[in-house]
Write a protein that binds this ligand. Structure first.
Ligand SMILES: [Zn+2]
Length: 77
């Protein structure tokens, strides 16, 4: 069993990593909040950037697939 001090340190680190910076006042607010508690401005949805990066990964995979297919066709002909 971990000593209480160590456990507290792990919890603190977890809480620090679960923070994001407000887009407007740049104060640290917990991830998942849609409104900054400091300045009261709405934050952009957390899922939005995730969806954008997913589309980017999909695009890269498709481009890579096309490049490989063209490469194979080039060497076959
Ligand atoms: Zn703010």
């Amino acid at each position: 069993m971990a000593p209480p001090v160590l456990r507290r340190d792990v919890e603190d680190r977890f809480l620090r990593e679960a923070l994001m910076t407000c887009e407007f006042c740049e104060s640290e607010i917990p991830i998942g909040l849609s409104v900054c508690p400091t300045c009261g401005k709405p934050q952009s949805a957390p899922g939005q950037s995730d969806r954008r990066s997913l589309w980017f990964v999909l695009l890269v995979v498709v481009m890579f697939g096309i490049a490989i297919a063209e490469h194979h066709l080039f060497f076959r002909n």
